[in-house]
Design a protein around this ligand. Sequence first.
Ligand code: B3K
Ligand code: ZN
Length: 873
Amino acid sequence: DHIVRLEDYLPSDFLIDRVELDVRLHPTATKVTATLSMRPNPAGRSDVPLILDGDEVNLKGIALDERALEAGEFEASPQSLTISQPPQHPFKLTIETEINPTANTKLMGLYRSSGNYCTQCEAEGFRRITYFLDRPDVLAVYTTRIEADREEAPVLLGNGNPVESGIIEGTGRHYAVWHDPFPKPSYLFALVGGRLGKIAKPFTTMNGREVEIAVYVEPGKEDRAGYALDALERSMIWDERVFGREYDLDVFNIVAVSDFNMGAMENKGLNIFNDKYVLASPETATDTDYANIEAIIAHEYFHNWSGNRVTCRDWFQLCLKEGLTVFRDQEFSSDERSRPVHRIAEVKTLRSRQFLEDASPLSHPVRPNQYREINNFYTATVYEKGAEIVRMLKTIIGDADFRRGMDLYYDRCDGTAATVEDFLKAFADVTGLDLSHFARWYAQSGTPRVEVRGHYDGTTQTYRLDFKQQTPPTPGQPTKEPMVIPVVLGLVTQDGQRMEAKCERVNSRGVFLLDKTEDSITFTGVSSRPVPSVFRDFSAPVKVSLDLTNEELIVLLRHDADAFNRWQAAQTLAMRTLAARSTGVPVSEDAMASLSSAFKGFLEEAALRDPAFAALVLSLPSDADIAQEIGQDVDPDAIHHARKELRGHLGKNCFEKLADFYHSLAPAKTYSPDAASAGRRSLRNAALDLLAAADPQAGEKLASKQFETATNMTDRLAALSVLMTIPGSLRESAIASFEERYRDEPLVLDKWFSLQAAIPEDTTVERVQRLMEHPAFSMNNPNRVRSLIGSFAMLNQVQFNRKDGAGYAFLASIVLRADELNPQLASRLLTAFSSWKMMESTRRNHARIALQSIAQKPSLSRDVGDIVNRSLE
Ligand code: B3K
Ligand code: ZN
């Protein structure tokens, strides 16, 4: 088993300047002719063989400078093609291969989805189409001719601009030629052939270039593609306005397919999407779906600059495009929606996925230094923590220098395959700062912990904050160095006013840079004991411990100028109670009463000012969040019970106010997916959830009525999810009626699969097994598998972590089945085990046995083998 290491990087010995591809689509025998214009790389080694990558390809013919090679001049296997004595000058290599897209269940390379042909090449899928130097630092200009049956594939799409198309008389076939003038790595190659409906509109760029932007979907679903097209147009305008980035081709096409391993792919000029992130109508998509579509459309579009025009030198630099592009899409969504609400949502995702990963055996740096299987590194750490690093950089240097640094980076690196060092150098050069210590964020794994202690001295009217940082050991990194941590902070008076105090270590933007293991800062002119508000807007991806009293937290919840810290104060208050009750630590009546009066006060004062924010305050930390907070010897049943109890308690104590909201926030006549309308729906549905926790009978009645009369999917699904918490015949009949109503809507049935898989009851494993027999379920479709099996393993803490091990054994058996079809899907499911070491010993033992049962299986994919071995280490 081969380990790839960052320190072993060498430039390619050969370059490919131009690629001419001729692809004759056929369901089981697609013929590909690749003509590669190659030359030795002056920066590479000389007198070495040429070794091209392959994966399950059949070689049909090979010629060098138009002369067919003879046996002995080359060596071919499905995995590689070697020419032992390649020319020392530029040459043309022509390779014919044959591939079977119908048999391609891995969904990498060329495959079929609902009969349509499509490709996925990142990270190493192009080698499943033809032999190639399949690495991101080999950039070539591609011309692609696609030929297909006219009936089977009337639409033929490629990268770049359309050049030519026509009919091949007498054969029933036609062709299209596409040319992409921008040199790109093979992972950005794509083609599509199939029966597709289209919606399109013209777009004029900032410099007056005319572009056609289009979305292709399954015929008949065009009326569900409008939101995606609109989001694309808004993304294009935003990237021009905020980053000065203009689109560069004559067309921009998005194609939705129903079988896809992830969210979407940024292929040059031809983004291919999981249809879940394109199709939306009020009847079939929730507010969350709309927000995700907007974010992912933007993300893939933004890659045109951060990823495509400037790409990665090697896969260790993945965060260079992914972290930066997540940062860009987060900023876009914040501008299009509510910035504080979006920030809270980002942090919730970061904590639930990335902090979890960082506390697990799978912890790795944002820029890993080794991998066995690169597909296992498209992680929350690379994406979400990667985005936080870019955000910290912006916080440290300020908006204007950040923009100047970005411009310099694009200027310098356009058309190249770059590194994290190139990125940081642009910012170091525009600011004159030494960013070498800051760069440690890319190399050191683990979530830093920062302890903050405040000391007030009334006689000198000073307030001192002591900071200590420490990062726990992670796999391969037993000892840690201090990080550069930007702390955005302010002081609040005990009655909630902003305090004007001075501290020379805090800059004009409110930033203090903590870059040592311990440091202290002192504010002067402090006339009374303040409440510190630190890490405002979550200024660094760290775990903070701060010894505030409940009363001080309530001051922050009510008055802090920073919305993030208002929300954080509520979360901390709730988490204290939840963690205590989950571990058998008694919580006094008084503490419970002050908690509910804080929530009640918040609802009375503030909730209707920003309903979306209020809904976030009301949604308590999840079972998984609480488990992470406890960190060891976790008992998921106790956590679930504590959370249920607290929801009931808050629901009872705030019943009237919640019922008030529920009735006054009645749905608007027509559905609009905008953030303000979505916010009102989310507060109303959060109220329903707490009402039902307080009084299941009343809740069941309200939820059933909402379920039946809802005019949009958001409200219908919210009602159904409340019903899921109340066992009984009403629940079962709602499940049946939902199924009946949406039997022809796979994406809607996914929601139905997911809700049932998350029922926290002992019969759920059997229910999930039964649902696997449902006609709408298929082990071949990643959306189906993730909705049913993924939801069970990731969302259902009590049933996945069953004390008898049945949840673990079930997931292990599915992972093994999935691995034979689609290793990437299987290894993703397997990451649900990442919290196993936190469990109490009975569960931990069951989890270890389940993991070992996977590890023992011969012929595991590299994907699953890598995850299972690292999980057990
Ligand atoms: N770049 C792709 C992810 C490819 C994953 C390959 N296993 C989508 C994205 O991040 O935009
Ligand atoms: Zn991306």
